[in-house]
Write a new protein. Structure first.
Lengths: 314, 513, 349
């Protein structure tokens, strides 16, 4: 019964939305890459790099939004590396993605050690604060849950709509989707598959990095090793769960985050204390696998996902 | 009728090399406004390469392309499109999961524009499809369309961009004779509006029907050009091949017992291609059965059933009058079925495997090549060497990766692989597609020899001439249904064409019952 | 630009790109060392010395290479069949767990009986763990990359749960750590007095074994065929799903041996920091070895050398050890590029 009560508290939903935010950014980023036909397994490492870059920029004295931009740019840099290797050179997207994750993670840790050689516990920054949207935040339950979040969370939700509109309503979105369905169709219409795919991977990687930056600049106010902790891989599952559609991916991220927020609260109930906490921590990963199993049959995978395109080859 | 023809296109001394291969050697070609030029040539003669250069997919090593007097920058499809050049590729370049309208409007508006003006685009597509009799719904998902409809979308794509020169690469290979007539009617409408067309084909009667002029390519070089009015089919064939080819002589044969039989076999559809619909067919010893039909009418399903890749959903497969259960590729091979697959690169061989590894691909588990899970490379190698020797596979050695071989030599290895097992039944699915004339004759003579030895042969081909030349008995397949058997010489190509278009089937059903 | 396959690449074409890849890796590492305020030449020298410069260093490198050979083999076997096992980390812990379950007194047998049983049980545990993603792939079409990755997190939490629960060492002063193995369950040292255990020999034997399987057995032939061209393999009658499952069992078993070898040969008990990412590093090892089982041994020595060398360099030159991880990531990316450039020519259209 305690569980039912939790579901009706505003703080629970507020937490769910907060937990969902970084997942939304990164899932959108991965979705854009995959819609263009490129699986980006660099996501985990790019989130780590983004988390550090944004936080470090703010710690060095820039504004918060500049920090977000720095994270975005760093993410796009790794996206550029990924896309050069996977798009014109057509290398294995699995291997390159894992390589980019390793590179992004290790160079972030290296940079952290160089930048802060003497510290034992990482310094804190003045992170994004919740901004209560007038009037809307006064709605009971919904108000504090949805409209008392930090600006980055609002940005995440706005981005879902923007990405959906661009993908389905503009010539650019059509080109991106076509590149993921049949690159030869794109080339035959005089467009550059290479440019479209590289652009999509770079932009998507930038969003992944902003998702990472959310952790250090909005959810928390400091950078820890291991703080991304598999969130990137979960986002890959969320893209499948959302059938490669922004709206469904958002729904998936929120559902997933709600479950995560729930397990944190259940841990503190009388029932929860009797169960090893590791069981709760496992839940997000198990849930991701279950989501994959359930959705794998129904999902419409972009037809040319992971298929490299070499012009003139038939 | 223009009294002073306007030159729409001029290709001047185009040369293109791929590594050691010279695909185009100083090829020149011109096209006047409102004219149809047919580009003829065997496989590998350089037709598609030349058109890809014109369309900006490849950059020529030398030579220039001019459209209405303007030189087109090389290697730039965008520039070619902007100059009014459109191309309908042999393999359609459509995205299945997008709608017709999305496929047509892709890349037409600037990628930076924020709106896509879908209502305007829709109106224009509707107008074009009415004007040129290209009926297709703008909102249909391309994946749900028939092959003929997809081709309409491809042509609409070009017309939507106001092309002035249209390249059609083997456009009729996937059409029934009736659809071909419709296509020609549409093209004549467009020609009347000033469109110029390059028509690539190897079907001579179609070339004679639509073209004003013919240009023949052979081994990457210009072999000649001639006005249609001044030539005939025989002369064109000779120009195309360079020599009078002598196809193998076919003697009459007496069929024996049924070695493999399908009884009322039905299989599920695969994507857009229909499965078999209650098909009965007996493959008899000493007989070649030809399966004619337009591509995508159930040939793949037939090949899959005979080859063991698909079990019938309904009906039976019988081997020497005994029904088979657990029908798998391995069971088919063990039952003495030789399988020559449609796509020798993707299904027939493993590109990075060497010849030895490819030679044992179907039978590596047999006692000839392995014992208790361990391969005997010595025997395998000897087997590959024997094939190389007997079937004249030109290669540096049995340890060469097979991707380094030409299509003809690859096909010879596949032939050797299956024929050396002394098969009872031979499934030859498009056995000569993409081969040059010498290899074609070799493959055909091997199939005839196998027949004379007493094997049952099922020849599946979209080339009606090939089917008519080799088969003792012809069946037509249309939409997964099988026509009655026609003896050699019983039907004219035109009559078979009607069956290929799906006519006659209902009557026949009524007749049989 | 466009890629054009080279029919018969020359020797130079085959050797120059990989050599350039390694050189570039070293140049990048030097630049990063300079960024840290160190002299690049001394940093590289320290790495080399720390890895191979003394008997102690060499033995340390061999010890570090041992689990990497196992995980590298696991990845090489799987990737050869294009089965993307990214879960060697979890399978390693499965082997370690089995070793601790059976080796801490549950089976009071002599070494000669106990060790083979533990080895077999470990292999089965790792194989079973990878069987789940393999079946999810073959039955439901679920991509194994994500499932094996997620399994790493799940299984590590599972181990953590056990170490804080039923497996917790009562003598462990409250640390999440298992009881120690009984002496009979320990892998002895190869040479008296030298810190190198039989796990290393087992790794070498495994490498040769995998090589023999890949080149001589019908299973190896099937695995290569499935990896190179699924469509042709299916046409020829190779049972794709069965081959993938067998591949998974072999791969998972090999990765589990890494866990067994670390616990029985080196650590003597199971902790949560048993593996500093050996499972992930196995991917680098396998790729650097071009998926060749014998090459895995060389690549594992190279990678272990960089790690061990970087550890000792870090203490001496005050450059963060993460330099080693960066070097390996760069080497991995450049090496896959180099392999491609050895086979394809970049041409303008």
């Amino acid at each position: 019964m305690e569980i039912i009560e939790i579901l009706f508290t505003a703080s629970f939903w507020a937490a769910a939305i907060r937990i969902a935010s970084p997942l939304i950014f990164a899932t959108l980023g991965e979705l854009i890459c995959e819609r263009a036909g490129v699986l980006n397994l660099g996501i985990e490492g790019i989130m780590v790099a983004g988390a550090f870059a944004g936080w470090m920029a703010v710690y060095s004295g820039t504004g918060l939004w500049v920090g977000v931009c720095v994270a975005m740019i760093v993410g796009m840099g790794f996206g550029l590396l990924h896309s050069i290797l996977t798009v014109p050179f057509g290398l294995s997207q699995h291997v390159v993605g894992l390589g980019v994750t390793l590179l992004a993670t290790s160079s972030t840790y290296y940079a952290y050690r160089l930048a802060l050689p003497e510290v034992t516990s990482p310094p804190k920054i003045q992170a994004f604060q919740p901004y209560e949207i007038p009037i809307l935040s006064d709605i009971p339950l919904l108000g504090p849950a949805l409209f008392s979040q930090t600006p980055l969370t609002y940005l995440a939700f706005i981005l879902v709509a923007v990405v959906a509109v661009v993908l389905y309503r503009t010539p650019l979105g059509l080109a991106v989707r076509a590149a993921g369905e049949n690159p030869a169709a794109v080339a035959a219409q005089g467009l550059s598959v290479t440019a479209i795919r590289m652009g999509a991977v770079m932009f998507g990687s930038g969003l992944m990095a902003v998702g990472g930056a959310f952790l250090t600049m909005s959810a928390f106010d400091s950078f820890f090793f291991e703080m991304v902790n598999g969130r990137g891989w979960i986002c890959i599952a969320l893209v499948v769960f959302g059938s490669w559609r922004p709206g469904k991916a958002l729904l998936g991220a929120v559902l997933f985050a709600a479950f995560d927020a729930l397990q944190i609260r259940v841990q503190q109930t009388s029932l929860g204390t009797q169960i090893p906490y590791q069981i709760f921590l496992m839940m997000p990963y198990i849930l991701s696998i279950l989501a994959l199993v359930v959705m794998s049959r129904r999902a419409e995978v972009p037809a040319a996902l992971m298929v490299p395109f070499n012009k003139g080859e038939r | 009728m223009c009294s002073t023809p306007v030159e729409a296109l001029s290709l001047d001394a185009i040369t293109k090399r791929f590594g050691e291969l010279t695909a185009n050697d100083a090829v020149s070609l011109s096209l006047n406004q409102g004219e149809v030029v047919a580009l003829l040539g065997e496989n590998g003669a350089g037709k598609t390469t030349l058109m890809n250069i014109l369309f900006g997919q490849y950059t020529a090593d030398s030579g220039t392309v001019r459209v209405f007097g303007e030189t087109i920058p090389p290697g730039n499809s965008r520039a070619a499109l902007d100059a009014g050049v459109g191309m309908v590729h042999q393999h359609f370049t459509l995205a299945d999961n997008l709608t017709v309208q999305e496929n047509i409007t892709l890349g037409v508006r600037s990628l930076l524009s924020l709106r896509s003006d879908r209502a305007g685009a829709r109106a224009r597509i509707t107008a074009l499809s009415e004007k040129y009799h290209l009926a297709v719904s703008p909102d249909a998902r391309v994946g749900a369309l028939s092959v003929g409809e997809r081709q309409r979308v491809e042509i609409l794509k070009a017309l939507y961009r106001d092309v002035r020169i249209l390249i059609l690469d083997e456009p009729t290979a996937v059409l029934t004779p009736q659809e071909t007539d419709d296509l020609f009617a549409t093209l004549r409408l467009a020609i009347a509006d000033g469109l110029s067309i390059i028509f690539i084909s190897h079907k001579l009667h179609e070339v004679m029907a639509i073209a004003d002029r013919v240009v023949v390519l052979r081994h990457g070089k210009m072999a000649g050009g001639v006005r249609i009015a001044d030539t005939d089919k025989q002369a064109l064939a000779a120009m195309m091949m360079g020599t009078e080819a002598t196809p193998p002589k076919v003697a009459k044969s007496t069929p024996g017992a049924a070695l493999l039989e399908l009884r009322n076999v039905t299989t599920p559809d695969v994507g857009n291609a229909p499965g078999l619909r209650s098909v009965s067919l007996a493959l008899r010893a000493g007989q070649i059965i030809g399966l004619a039909g337009v591509s995508g009418n159930g040939q793949a399903a037939m090949a899959d059933v005979v080859g063991g890749l698909v079990s019938p959903a309904q009906g039976q497969v019988l081997l020497a009058d005994a029904e088979v259960n657990n029908w798998t590729p391995r069971a088919a091979v063990q039952s003495g079925i030789a399988r020559i697959p449609e796509d020798r690169h993707k299904t027939g061989t493993i590109a990075d495997f060497d010849l030895t590894e490819n030679a044992i691909l179907e039978r590596y588990k047999s006692a000839d090549f392995s014992t208790r899970g361990w391969l005997n490379w010595g025997k395998s190698r000897a087997f590959a060497d024997a094939i190389i020797d007997k079937y004249d596979v030109r290669c540096p050695g049995a340890d060469t990766p097979i991707r380094l071989l030409s299509g003809g030599n690859m096909q010879k290895l596949i032939l050797g692989r299956v024929l050396e097992a002394n098969p009872q039944v031979i499934l030859a699915n498009q056995p000569v597609r993409g081969l040059d004339i010498g290899a074609v004759n070799y493959v055909h003579s091997q199939l005839l020899a196998a027949r004379d030895r007493g094997a049952a042969v099922l020849l599946i081909s979209e080339d009606l001439d090939e089917v008519m030349a080799l088969s003792d008995v012809i069946h037509v397949i249309a939409d997964g249904r099988l026509s009655p058997a026609f003896d050699r010489g019983q039907m004219t190509p035109a009559q078979l064409g009607l069956w290929m278009a799906g006519q006659g089937f209902e009557d026949e059903v009524a007749h049989a019952s | 630009m466009r890629l054009e396959p080279i029919k018969n690449p020359s020797l130079g074409r085959k050797l120059v790109p990989p050599a350039l890849a390694l050189t570039t890796t070293i140049v990048i590492a030097s630049l990063l060392a300079m960024l840290a305020g160190a002299n690049p030449f001394s940093v590289l020298g320290l790495i080399l010395k720390g890895a191979f410069g003394s008997q102690f260093a060499l033995l340390e490198t061999l010890n570090r290479a041992t689990p990497l050979i196992f995980t590298g083999l696991a990845v090489a076997v799987a990737f050869r069949a294009k089965f993307w096992n990214i879960g060697a980390e979890a399978q390693l812990y499965a082997g370690a767990l089995m070793t601790v379950l059976l080796g801490t007194g549950f089976l009071p047998w002599p070494s000669a009986a106990l060790l083979p049983v533990i080895i077999l049980a470990s292999i089965l545990a790792g194989a079973f763990l990878l069987l789940i993603p393999a079946l999810l792939k073959t039955r439901f079409g679920v991509d194994e990359v994500v499932t094996t990755l997620l399994f790493n997190f799940i299984f590590l939490l599972f181990i953590s749960m056990l170490l804080e629960g039923p497996l917790k060492d009562p003598m462990g002063m409250g640390w999440p750590k298992s009881a120690r193995l009984i002496p009979e369950a320990r892998l002895p040292r190869i040479f008296e007095g030298l810190r190198l255990h039989w796990g290393f020999a087992l790794a070498l034997i495994s490498a040769v074994g995998v090589w023999v399987i890949q080149t001589r057995s019908t299973l190896g032939y099937e695995m290569r065929a499935v990896g190179l061209n699924k469509q042709a393999a299916a046409f020829a009658g190779i049972p794709i799903n069965l081959v993938l499952v067998k591949t998974a069992l072999l791969s998972g078993g090999l990765a589990a041996l890494a866990g067994f070898s670390e616990v029985a040969g080196l650590k003597g008990s199971l902790t949560l920091d048993l593996s500093p990412g050996f499972g992930y590093t196995g991917i680098i090892v396998a790729m650097l070895a071009l998926l060749n089982p014998l090459g895995v041994v060389v690549a594992a020595l190279f990678v272990a050398g960089i790690f061990v060398g970087a550890d000792s360099m870090s203490r001496a030159a005050d450059v963060p050890t993460y330099l080693a991880d960066i070097m390996l990531a760069v080497a991995l990316l450049l090496m896959v590029l180099a392999i491609m450039l050895a086979r394809f020519r970049v041409v303008r259209d």
